[in-house]
Ligand binder design. Structure first.
Ligand code: ADP
Ligand code: ADP
Length: 225
């Protein structure tokens, strides 16, 4: 069996994780699993999970580990992850990272690499202020840095572009604080396991993409030696 490519994207909100994951999923034909997208779908559909998650999301806090871990575990057990996966926004706490590690270990799988997309807080605020997402599938745009061909219309599926509720400036500050407090410790967690790879996320989306592809090519080469 060819080895799996199990990638995790880490970075502050607005670092470009979704933007890169969309590109990588096309490059490698792997499922793109965004816990943020899954939660937003649950909120939209009014499921029990959605009801429990909504308040946390609106305030910029994290959804409790026990809810998220169960949701992610179920998704990772679907058969389309057989050759690998691209995880965006999970894990986000050390507890989630440990749960993921245990699940993969039980199943004879492991994380190939955790890619840290590094962007300073000052750049994040600009990125999030201009972020627009499509109502249908959450495809990402930026009014200045990555505009759609036609204003407010998704290039990929023609649906309407909107600003996310939690992208309002006051919520963004809270999300950044939560990132530094609860998610940043994952950098050390994956560093300790030799899995961390850093990417300068301040470059253009195409440059960041090329850097990640080069990193993955190196990982594959190391794996085949
Ligand atoms: P961004 O990448 O802009 O930070 P996401 O779309 O990944 O945003 O997440 C949106 C919100 O969904 C988060 O602010 C949080 O409330 C919730 N969320 C997503 N993933 C997780 C997770 N792994 N653990 C806890 N909460 C999460
Ligand atoms: P995340 O998933 O990490 O929250 P996104 O991929 O949604 O981040 O990107 C946040 C915003 O910044 C989006 O509007 C996106 O179009 C824009 N963006 C993404 N990558 C870059 C980049 N390298 N340079 C400038 N803007 C970017």
């Amino acid at each position: 069996m060819p080895s799996q490519l199990n990638l995790i994207l880490i970075g502050p909100p607005g670092a470009g994780k979704g933007t890169q994951a969309e590109r990588l999923t096309e490059d490698f034909r792997l499922p793109f699993i965004s816990t943020g997208e899954m939660l937003r779908a649950n909120v939209k559909e009014g499921t029990e999970l959605g009801k429990q998650a909504k308040q946390h999301m609106e305030s910029g806090g994290l959804v409790p580990d026990e809810l998220i871990v169960a949701m992610a575990a179920e998704r990772l057990d679907q058969s389309d992850t057989e050759d690998g996966f691209i995880l965006d926004g999970f894990p986000r706490t050390t507890g989630q990272a440990e749960a993921l590690e245990e699940q993969l270990e039980r199943e004879g799988r492991r994380v190939t690499a955790a890619l840290l997309i590094d962007v300073p807080d000052t750049a994040i605020v600009k990125r999030i202020a201009g972020r627009r997402v499509c109502v249908k599938a959450g495809h990402n745009y930026h009014v200045d840095f990555d505009p759609p061909k036609h204003a407010d219309v998704c290039d990929q599926d023609g649906s309407r572009l909107i600003q996310r509720d939690d992208d309002r400036p006051e919520v963004v500050q809270k999300r950044l604080a939560v990132y530094h407090e609860q998610t940043a410790p994952l950098v050390q967690f994956y560093e300790d396991r030799g899995l961390l790879r850093r990417v300068d996320g301040t470059r253009t989306p195409a440059e960041v993409h090329n850097h990640i592809r080069a990193l993955i090519a190196t990982l594959k080469l190391e794996d085949s030696i």
